[in-house]
Design a protein around this ligand. Structure first.
Ligand code: GDP
Ligand code: MG
Length: 296
């Protein structure tokens, strides 16, 4: 094995910001894999997902956190704990702003961020959607809010200016040993990705409260020679939600399962046999034990 270079760098970079600013899109673009699910709905990302970028010279551990919101359900409270943890262990922050949105971050959140005394890189995202003038106004605004930070206009979706951001991150990244294996891509298990892929398809296909009332539990994951055999449970809170998920003669569930299987086959690069079951667990979102079981 080759010895680690004395200049080898390693550290944690946490991507934070409101829901829908493009945090997951950015992480996926930088890592080059679809690690985090991306949809136009807010609160798609419930857990922290880490994406790890390895070269001979550095290891950057990105973490994609749920958007910053005020907790309503217990589930949201738990989600916000991930955001708080993300602040405490970061070496560098990427604060993402959606230039097309006027949603304000809470003042206390911004002052906590400044108090952490870590480098903050502000990313003005989705610049593909606005004019140069509007962008300049945003840049001035953020320069006043957080003085001495670095501000970069980017488009996570179109991969614009991401290399400049990466170079800035490398300037700030501390010298040190790798935290994870040098071929690691993420801290999450294969089962986690299966459940995220299924959750994404539910988010896309079903409307109203259904997506927010489900949780996915992978109950078996068998890697056989030519096929991956996966069984998963979809938990819902009420019988009525189960009926909606199933649809007429189970057609909706079938369609969703097919979409999930196709995506999972791309992700794992293997043929997949996917079986889905729906299970009703009353009010799981407010049930402490149930939440614990799902890793919140
Ligand atoms: P998150 O909630 O912060 O993780 O946001 P997502 O990464 O899930 O993105 C939310 C939505 O914004 C998705 O529909 C993305 O395709 C879209 N999006 C993200 N980045 C950009 C961008 O640079 N330009 C445009 N036009 N859309 C973007
Ligand atoms: Mg996300």
């Amino acid at each position: 094995m080759i010895n680690q270079k004395p200049t080898y760098k390693s550290g944690f970079v946490n991507i934070i910001g409101c829901p829908n600013v493009g945090k997951s899109t950015l992480m996926n673009a930088i890592i080059g894999e679809k690690l985090s699910i991306v949809t136009p709905k807010a609160q798609t990302t419930r857990h922290r997902v880490m994406g790890i970028l390895n070269t001979d010279d550095y290891q950057i551990v990105f973490s994609d956190t749920p958007g910053v919101i005020k907790p309503v359900y217990k589930l949201q409270e738990k989600m916000m704990q991930f955001v708080v943890n993300a602040i405490s262990d970061a070496d560098i922050f990427l604060l993402m702003i959606d230039v097309t949105s006027n949603i304000l971050l809470e003042e206390t959140f911004i002052s906590n961020l400044i108090k952490a005394q870590k480098p903050i890189i502000i990313l003005l995202n989705k610049i593909d959607l606005i004019t140069q003038e509007a962008l300049e106004i945003k840049a001035i605004e953020w320069n006043e809010k957080i003085p001495n930070s670095n501000i970069f206009p980017i488009s996570a979706l179109q991969n614009f200016n991401l290399n400049t951001v990466l170079n800035k991150i490398l300037e700030y990244l501390p010298i040190g040993e790798a935290f994870y294996e040098k071929d690691a891509l993420t801290d999450k298990s294969e089962r986690f990705f299966v459940s995220e892929i299924i959750r994404e398809k539910i988010l896309i296909q079903y409307k109203k409260e259904i997506p927010y009332s489900v949780e996915i539990k992978v109950i078996s994951f068998k890697n056989e020679a030519n096929i991956l055999k996966i069984q998963a449970e979809i938990l819902v809170e009420r019988e009525s939600q189960k009926a909606i998920l199933l649809g007429h003669q189970g057609q909706s569930l079938k369609r969703m399962a097919t979409r999930a299987r196709i995506d999972a086959e791309k992700f794992f690069d293997k043929k997949i046999f996917l079986e889905l079951y729906i299970k009703v667990v009353k009010d799981w979102r407010s049930n402490e034990n149930a939440l614990k079981e799902f890793g919140y």
